[in-house]
Structures are given as C-alpha cells and as structure tokens.
Design a protein around this ligand. Structure first.
Ligand SMILES: C[S@@+](CC[C@H](N)C(=O)[O-])C[C@H]1O[C@@H](n2cnc3c(N)ncnc32)[C@H](O)[C@@H]1O
Length: 233
C-alpha cells in the first residue's frame, strides 16, 4: 500500500524507473532513435517491456494448445509495438492496422530485419473500418490508434477477444491532461476521461489503469456476451 498520495507519482520516481530499464536490443534502440529523430510517436520503452512480458505470459499459459495465439494491434506506426509483442510470443500471429502507408512500409522493413515479418499481417486503413472485417478470436488486442475512438474500438474488439484474453490501451493518462483538465482542453483528453470510467466498470472486463508511460490500461475479458453464445433465443 502506498504511504500517501504523492509518495510515488513524483519526478524522481519516474526518472528512477527510467534508469531501471535495461538496454534494449539494438534494433529496438534503433527504432526508438529513428522515431525520436522524426517525431513519430511510438510506445514508451517501459510500455514496450510490459507488452513483451504480457505477450510472453499469454504464450506460456497457452503452450500446448494446437493453434498459436493471435494478437491484434490498432496503430502500427513503425512496428515497435508489433515487434515487442512478436518477441514476447514467438509463435503468435500478429495483425496490425495503420492508416498511414508510409508508416506501414517502414514497419515492414523493421519487422523484416527482425525476422518476424512472416508472422505479421500489416493492414492499411482506418482502424474502425478494418476491425469490422476481421474475425477473432484474438488472445491480445493492443489499442494505440485514434484516442477519441477508444470506446468504439473496445466495443468492436470485445466480441473478437477470447474469454481470458487481454485488451490493452496506451495513452490513458494522455500527457497528464486526463487527470488535470486544462483551459485549452483537447478532444482526446475529454474522450479518454469518459473512456477510462467505461473501461473500469465494464461488466465484461476486469480492468486497471496503470501510471506507466503515458498511462496504460489492461483488461481481461471475463465473460462472453449472450450473442457470442448464439443467443438471444
Ligand atoms: C502512437 S502511434 C502507434 C505506435 C505503435 N503502436 C507502437 O507501439 O509503437 C499511432 C498510430 O496510429 C495511427 N492511426 C491514428 N489514427 C488511426 C486510425 N483511425 N486508423 C488507423 N490508424 C490510425 C497513426 O497513423 C499512427 O501511426
């Protein structure tokens, strides 16, 4: 239990946790540097490490199953998230969607160099529209596309997620603006504030929001909808 409010969420703690991160694999470090140089937002390294850990845990829990886990990512950018997920789950098939063709091309290059491209399906298009065309079930879904659509993404992902599967969200604390509204409120902060409440009380989920990176949500699907069971009768 934390000592008091403000005991942990302070700059010194954040810097300490950053220093605690071990050096990344050379290709991941190269991707981080390229993204920083070109102003492309990618997952924070500590989020990357958490994604890799969760993918590994899911893979280990499922070892012995006939089919490899399927992982979905909304928002590919240069493929950093897809790569850490692929590293964590060496058998997984990954589907990742981005509306930016140049980003997808760069992701393809990096994933090829990492030797995982044969397990990754790169889909071009709007995440909401492409999602409608996909069949599940996925073992993990990582959402990192348009913040104002997070609730719509969750609603479309849940029927495509295995019971026991994980749904993960980046940026839930959005630059600190979700917890501390500003005069120049942006649409993303407003939408994420509403989303976080929905995510925490969703009856199909056990969920939590973690103060890691820009705020990270993790939920597991605990029950199917009646429609997923073939109902209503
Ligand atoms: C933060 S980056 C993704 C980072 C990546 N998930 C990672 O782990 O490094 C967000 C990406 O979402 C894409 N994006 C934003 N809105 C989108 C939409 N409506 N449909 C598909 N992709 C979208 C952007 O083009 C951008 O590449």
């Amino acid at each position: 239990m934390k000592d008091r409010v403000g005991a942990i969420l302070r700059e010194e703690q954040e810097r300490y946790l950053e220093r605690l991160q071990p050096p990344r694999a050379p290709l991941l470090a190269e991707m981080e540097a390229w993204a920083a140089d070109h102003g492309v937002p990618i997952s924070d390294p500590e989020v990357g490490r958490l994604l890799e850990l969760l993918a590994a845990a899911v893979a280990l829990c499922r070892s012995g199953e006939a089919s490899p886990p399927r992982i979905l990512e909304l928002g590919t950018a240069i493929g950093y998230g897809a790569l850490v997920l692929a590293r964590g789950s060496p058998e997984a098939r990954i589907t990742t969607i981005d509306r930016d063709a140049a980003m997808l091309a760069r992701a393809g290059e990096y994933l090829g160099r990492a030797g995982v491209l044969d397990r990754v399906e790169l889909l071009l298009g709007d995440a909401l529209e492409v999602l409608e065309t996909l069949d599940g079930p996925f073992a993990i879904a990582y959402v990192d596309a348009e913040k104002v659509h997070y609730r719509r993404y969750l609603d479309r992902i849940l029927p495509r997620l295995e019971v026991g599967g994980l749904v993960l969200f980046d940026n839930l604390l959005w630059k600190g603006r979700v917890a501390e509204p500003r005069e120049d409120e942006d649409a993303a902060a407003d939408a994420l504030r509403a989303f976080n409440g929905y995510f925490m009380i969703h009856p199909q989920l056990r969920s939590q929001v973690l103060a890691i990176g820009d705020g990270f949500g993790i939920g597991t699907k605990i029950r199917p909808l009646i429609q997923e069971l073939g109902g209503p009768y």
